[in-house]
Write a protein that binds this ligand. Structure first.
Ligand SMILES: [Zn+2]
Length: 64
């Protein structure tokens, strides 16, 4: 029997056993996985200057 591979969680540095018992590897838990996912998702969703047409009726004509 070989020893299981253990990797550090990228988020909290907890030891994560690299096998089927760790579905969120290399993260230790779903929480840590979501933290990492949220960080890059926030960057992806940042749209500078996104148009907001909801309340522009009064003054928008001059801008176009
Ligand atoms: Zn963790």
């Amino acid at each position: 029997m070989s020893k299981p591979t253990v990797v550090p969680c990228p988020q909290c540095k907890a030891e994560v056993v690299w096998n089927e018992d760790s579905p969120f590897r290399p993260f230790c838990s779903k929480q840590c996985q979501m933290i990492d996912f949220g960080e890059w998702a926030d960057e992806e969703n940042t749209i500078p200057g996104a148009p907001d047409m909801s309340d522009s009726d009064g003054w928008s004509e001059d801008n176009y």
